[in-house]
Ligand binder design. Sequence first.
Ligand SMILES: [Zn+2]
Length: 353
Amino acid sequence: MKTIDWSKVPNATVTTDSSQSSYSQSDPYCWWSYNLCVTPKVDYIPPDIYICPQPGTWGLTYDDGPLYYWPSTPENEVWAEPNLYDFLLNHNNQKANLMYIGSNIMGAPDAAQRGLNDGHVICSHTWSHPSMTQLTNAEVVAEFYYSLRMTKEVLGITPRCWRPPYGDVDDRVRAIAWQMGMRTVMWDLDTNDWNIPGDQSPGGTLPYSEANATVAGWMENREKGNDTTTGHVTLEHELSNSTIALAEFWLPTIQKLYQTMPATSCNNIAQPYWEDAFVYPIQGTVAVGVDGAPTGLKINGTTNSTNSTSTTTGANPSGTDSSSTRQSGAGHVAALETSIFGLVAAVVAYILI
Ligand SMILES: [Zn+2]
């Protein structure tokens, strides 16, 4: 709390479920939940990432992971990680943004390490997935802090990006996130997969067929040559069997029609972590943390490609494993910041210069 310059944090009212009716129509705090605002009105905060600027590019993001089940059964465990990570690996070694919930990293640290070691770009998705504008300043800081702390402990990295749960962000929350070192990443295309009934509580009410039709419409539009203004960032989830099935069903088609990559990559963010010397490992090796200790062990992922639900029938063309294109690197980085307190302080100092 002391390392944040509160004079630079807008004094927006902590919202409630009913706040929209009393909120000023001028949208003084760029509240996304009110009108999808992605351009902050505070001058030192950069615009949210929400599209890929170049036409024909597609930013992949998967929220709410790493996916694990509690209680776990043989039936639902099939869908837990590394199911999606195996699928991405086997489909052109596809990279994506993984928006990790801090408490889920704690629940499935080996899956989180697999996600990083596969070369995906990790962003924070808070500690416990609340509506952030409904939290006090101290609560917002705590959600970010514990998420960052868990990410650092398990993965050895400190993300420069975060995604608001439910997209619920305003300039007060953005300002705190930015001072804690993170830029806000939104989306322009919502698959609504989060609202599909799944085997992971609480589930939703949207029929799978409707979410499927939404994505099909995007693909048809592209095939007709209409989608040429900008690229996109999609909202998808590693949340349940249903969302994993939808993601895996459409990925090969998206790859055919677009140049696919993490949303941060199509926005030219080459260094997604504060540990500037972090290097992704060569495939099959372990990542090396900033203090020289391994951050995680490679999971010998068995490919769970038995997508036998009716919704994915015929949806799995054989992928090509182009592991030779995997980013190479020494897999070793110099000792850097080990204290997140020091890191945040450094970030704040940097921002305020
Ligand atoms: Zn989420």
